[in-house]
Design a protein around this ligand. Structure first.
Ligand code: ADP
Ligand code: ZN
Length: 215
């Protein structure tokens, strides 16, 4: 199954992406993680992307589309995948529909969370440098402070999780990404899920949404 998760920063796409992919044994493709890996490796793409990311802006389409195209062409994506963070605007969505991933997407799940909850989540969010696993200082801290439970690597606060950048990211989401809801609604692919609950409860809703096609 080819799935895309849609929703604002902090809605739980990353957390749910991990859970769904483990359950369905398909790869979790996070455009943000791929970009952060490129930044960390210091390659040309990473250098070009970093400024946009630090400002909370979208990285130019040609960079992101190339990255996703390369990733979905890999062998492990044959049986499907979950896209997290892509598409983020109309151009990217049209590329997807136009054959970037084969026959296009099977499902799009939108995770809905109110703005105050998003700000609270992102403010306390911590990310593993090694595997990208997500934590929250208040309600989901790692067992050993500063270390990832899953892989032992360092846990850090992303530069773009600072409050002013969070506001900018939310605005970019409203302007550029939210209109994709209508796009996918029109294609009969969209399922909406209320994301304001504990991760395990949201997962149940996501799986329920995946089981039924909205057409
Ligand atoms: P979040 O969803 O919490 O904002 P991500 O890790 O998905 O975090 O993305 C972090 C940053 O990476 C974005 O603010 C943006 O700069 C860049 N980015 C990720 N995916 C895309 C995309 N599909 N198109 C353009 N930029 C992207
Ligand atoms: Zn880790």
């Amino acid at each position: 199954m080819r799935i895309a998760l849609l929703g604002p920063p902090g809605c739980g796409k990353g957390t749910q992406g991990e859970i769904v992919c483990k359950d369905l044994a398909i790869p979790h493709i996070s455009s943000g993680d791929l970009l952060r890996q490129a930044v960390q490796s210091g390659n040309e793409l990473g250098r070009a992307a970093k400024d946009y990311m630090d400002r909370g802006q979208l990285v130019p389409d040609e960079l992101v589309i190339g990255l996703i195209k390369e990733r979905v062409a890999q062998q492990d994506c044959k049986a499907g995948f979950v896209l997290d963070g892509f598409p983020r605007n109309r151009e990217q969505a049209e590329k997807l529909d136009g054959g970037l991933v084969g026959e296009g997407l099977d499902r799009v799940v939108a995770i809905e969370v109110s703005e105050p909850a998003l700000v609270a989540r992102l403010g306390g969010r911590r990310t593993c440098r090694g595997c990208g696993h997500l934590y929250h200082v208040s309600w989901n801290p790692p067992k050993v402070e500063g270390r990832c439970d899953a892989c032992g690597a360092e846990i850090y606060t992303r530069d773009d999780d600072r409050e002013d950048t969070v506001r900018e990211r939310l605005e970019v989401y409203r302007k550029r990404t939210e209109p994709l809801m209508d796009f996918y609604q029109g294609m009969g692919l969209l399922r909406r899920v209320d994301g304001e609950a504990a991760p395990a409860e949201v997962s149940k809703r996501v799986f329920a949404a995946l089981a039924v096609r909205n057409d």
